[in-house]
Design a protein around this ligand. Structure first.
Ligand code: FES
Length: 105
């Protein structure tokens, strides 16, 4: 079980905005939206599209490949063609630091 990893300063990521980070060889995307930070895998469950490159609308990010939308708050698949959630990870703020703890598989 991994611990929290510092991935950014809060001021590094505009609201709305995102940052692609690698933790333990896993690519994840940290989103800043509506004053909060969220983290999900950079992987669409339809066919592996890079969610970090998708358009963000509120709390929904659209996969740039075929348009499936995911909720950045919990990784839920919101629209076809994705049917399975992508993994969401725990985020906490310590002072000005954004920390992420990977969810165990
Ligand atoms: S790879 Fe994401 S919608 Fe197809």
């Amino acid at each position: 079980m991994s611990d929290f990893t510092r991935v950014a300063k809060t001021s590094d990521i505009p609201d709305p905005g995102r940052k692609l980070v690698e933790i333990d060889e896993r690519l994840v995307v940290v989103f800043h939206a509506a004053g909060h930070f969220y983290c999900i895998d950079d992987v669409c469950t339809h066919d592996g599209g890079p969610l970090g490159e998708g358009e963000l609308d509120g709390f929904a990010v659209a996969c740039p490949r075929h348009g499936a939308k995911f909720d950045i708050r919990d990784g839920r698949a919101l629209t076809m063609p994705a049917t399975k959630p992508t993994m969401a990870h725990e985020v906490k703020l310590v002072g000005d630091d954004v920390l992420v703890k990977l969810t165990a598989e």
